[in-house]
Design a protein around this ligand. Structure first.
Ligand code: SAM
Length: 270
């Protein structure tokens, strides 16, 4: 299929800029033993580059026509799975970890994909991903910035993030209405915080940003946390409950979450 008509509902903006394709592949620093996961290969401009390295590529594409065209290449190194990547069971999909996830993501589901990546982070040795610029900026934002949010905290807890290249709309067909950015993310050898209960940590971070204009204490209360428990946690960690969630460092989120975790355990015992 040389000239597929892009389908808007699948977020299809096909990358044709050779320099950007080169930079994406270079950023992945592919080694002989690597395996690649590509989400949304589309007509396969990036896939072709990845296969040229001789490495195995697992590609998941929702568009049946594009997936079929890729299968018809009969490339032994290419395994194509057809369907919505969010509906796959990732434990069954990622049978030979670790993978390098390299993709020009469909922007409408990029956050959901990152939550999946976080859940299965041990299956990845590197991520090189294209995002809408605003989303990319949020991911690399640090405390105190307006862009700092749930995914900045969660991704930076376990990954080192860096910008690879900014990408203008003209690099795609059809050109999107927004600028884009490619980020490289590598798992940290030691996470920023040793999280004792990941579900609680995620819930705490989400609650702290639920009402960004309120104090972190009020934002947590609004999300159903118990005043007595959170006040004890603020007290012991010496974090001012009058601050806004967006000013808390990852280490502070970690300290609060671990304290709430031990308070929960004590309450469970009593
Ligand atoms: N990789 C190609 C390129 O760089 O030109 C296409 C990128 S395009 C921005 C996003 C691709 O993701 C499209 O091929 C689209 O069909 C596919 N896609 C969209 N939603 C998807 C989903 N839920 N699961 C798997 N693929 C999806």
């Amino acid at each position: 299929m040389s000239n597929p008509r892009p389908r808007k509902r699948f977020g299809q903006n096909f990358l044709h800029d050779q320099h950007v394709l080169d930079r994406i592949v270079a950023a992945a620093e592919l080694q002989e033993t690597d395996r690649v996961l590509e989400i949304g290969p589309g007509p396969g401009a990036l896939t072709t580059r990845l296969l040229a390295t001789g490495l195995p590529v697992l590609a998941v594409e929702i568009d049946r026509d594009l997936a079929k065209a890729l299968e018809e290449r009969n490339d032994l190194n290419l395994e194509v799975k057809t369907g919505d990547v969010l509906r796959f069971n990732w434990s069954e999909l990622l049978t030979q970890p670790p993978y390098k996830l390299i993709a020009n993501l469909p922007y409408n589901i990029s956050s959901q994909i990152l939550f999946k990546v976080l859940e299965h982070r041990n299956a990845f040795s590197c991520l090189v991903l294209m995002f809408q610029k605003e989303v990319g900026e949020r991911l690399i934002a640090t405390e105190g910035s307006r862009n700092y949010g749930i995914l900045s905290v969660l991704m930076q807890t376990w990954f080192h993030l860096e910008r690879v290249i900014k990408v203008p709309p003209g690099a795609f067909f059809p050109p999107p209405k927004v600028d884009s950015v490619v980020l490289r993310m590598v798992p940290l050898s030691k996470p920023r915080v040793d999280v004792h209960d990941e579900a609680l940590y995620r819930k705490l971070v989400k609650s702290a940003f639920a009402q960004r204009r309120k104090t972190v204490r009020n934002s947590l209360l609004g999300s159903g946390w118990q005043a007595e428990q959170i006040d004890q946690a603020f007290d012991v960690t010496e974090i001012d409950p009058g601050r806004r969630g967006e000013t808390l460092t990852i280490e502070e989120f970690g300290a609060l979450a671990n304290l709430l975790c031990s308070i929960n355990r004590e309450d469970g015992l009593s």
